[in-house]
Design a protein around this ligand. Sequence first.
Ligand SMILES: Cc1ncc(COP(=O)(O)O)c(C=O)c1O
Length: 313
Amino acid sequence: MPASSSLASSSLDLIGRTPLIALSRIYSGPGRVVAKAEFLQPGGSIKDRAAKAILQAALGDGRLRPGMPVVEMTSGNMGAGLAVACAALGHPLVVTMSAGNSPARARMLEGLGAEVILVDQVDGAPGQVTGADVQAAARMAQDLAAERGGFYVNQFHAVECIRAHEQGTGKEILEQLGYAPQAWTAAVGTGCTFMGVARALKAARPDTVCAAVEPEGCQALAGAPVTKARHLIQGTSYGAVPPHWDPSLMDISLAVKDEEVELWRHKLAVQEGLYVGYSAAANVCAAVKLLQSGRLPPDATVATVLCDTGLKY
Ligand SMILES: Cc1ncc(COP(=O)(O)O)c(C=O)c1O
């Protein structure tokens, strides 16, 4: 059969190169918000890029050998990305996940062939996962990796992901827009998305305003005391600064309230036809706040990401 240049050879080829969409129905200006449709990836989230980057790097340098089990702690999205990549590459996957994450995620992971181990919450609540909850799940993943002779992904310490967003997500925004946006907003889990894209955008336009999005009462990146560790933005803001955080890339932290996140999630669905998750809504809410703050020129473009699909909640 002749090879076709438009034929994807596996689900791995479906990761990245997401569309960039202008959100002109929920915000008509001045200025505009554009967003990467990361929820369209095969695992349903932005974390597919990180999963692919880590496994490819580990295969490249021999840390991951053919058929070896892959083990990771996840809030659900990294797990789904890993499950997609593991299926395509032929690795069994074991994930630990705080029981506070949405059950829809566990179902999707199991459907993709992963073994899912739910870990009791320490101080969070269903739908509100804290740093202590995540640490408990991470400890179990580390133990399991040792027990089973598996490759421990350790996403919070994997610098490949920052590069994947710099050379992927960030570069794509610049190419799709045709110019460098004046600002960038993103919620922070490992921080790979925020930092990678910020690096690419600041390289193109050094005065790009890069704003981290944090829940009100849980603004660790802003250096504020954490008074409300429980919040709606699953997958982000665990009340501590992530290990590889580069503070020079963050110009400001923008606070969003749970009620605002709910409101913008609803607006994205009913006005744009985009059924996305909470961090996507928080990112868009913060982008509009930034445009309305007067900090940017009136005709500024703010780029952001729609991190995952609403079907995961
Ligand atoms: C829904 C969601 N949004 C945002 C993020 C943050 O991405 P990053 O880890 O690149 O900071 C995550 C991370 O898991 C996530 O699950």
